[in-house]
Write a protein that binds this ligand. Structure first.
Ligand code: SF4
Length: 209
């Protein structure tokens, strides 16, 4: 299997429960909810995306076989922590992440986190599944580690996810021209629903990737 990768880089996770932990981010190219082209944004199912996942032209981007991808991941790990961790993100990584890649990463004892929109099923063996559901989509993932709702979204009520088998529930203010209002609404939602916690995009606040 050849994996199409937009970019690969070392940083600290900026969002959710794993905020502040070192990770290699592997950003897969492509998403099933938007083409990634600005001309299609208004008509996309998901129109508030803040990520460039189009193509393979980012830092360390390209077409990889599993073996070469793992070598690249190892070469970029500069943390003093011996445990190598990756976030497989996108775009929508589950369009490409398969059993073969999970098994190859596991053989190298690499901790695997995935960030997905939840519309596709995930292969077994992933250590941390973060699902960020989008309005007007059918959710296929029923269990995982954290739900992270970008808030507010028209036609998406976070209450609907309480029944799913996830351990952590986060509300994250949508990064848009209404950001201050989105923060206020997010804080209010968390205060009224104590099983939901606030997630901020700390990498943006700090100006790091
Ligand atoms: S689902 Fe995620 S990656 Fe895809 S367009 Fe929406 S925010 Fe971007």
């Amino acid at each position: 299997m050849t994996y199409r990768i937009k970019e690969i880089f070392f940083t600290q996770q900026g969002e959710g429960k794993n905020t502040g932990k070192d990770f290699i981010f592997v950003r897969f190219s492509g998403c099933n909810l938007w083409s990634g082209k600005e001309k299609n944004r208004a008509s996309a199912i998901c129109s508030f995306c803040d990520t460039d996942f189009y193509g393979t032209d980012g830092i360390n981007g390209g077409k990889y076989q599993a073996k070469d991808l793992i070598e690249k991941i190892k070469s970029l790990w500069i943390s003093a922590d011996n445990q190598i961790r990756v976030v497989l993100t996108g775009g929508e990584p589950l369009l490409q992440v398969d059993k073969g890649l999970i098994s190859a990463l596991k053989k190298e004892n690499i901790y695997i986190a995935v960030e997905t929109n939840g519309t596709l099923e995930a292969p077994d063996g992933i250590d941390w599944i973060c699902m960020s559901p989008k309005a007007n989509t059918e959710i296929k993932l029923r269990k995982g580690s954290e739900v992270k709702v970008v808030y507010p979204q028209k036609n998406l009520n976070p209450d609907n996810f309480n029944v799913l088998d996830f351990k952590n529930f986060y509300i994250q203010p949508m990064d848009s021209e209404n950001y201050e209002d989105n923060v206020s609404q997010s804080v209010k939602y968390c205060m009224q629903n104590p099983n939901w916690k606030l997630s901020l995009q700390t990498h943006k606040i700090l100006g790091i990737r």
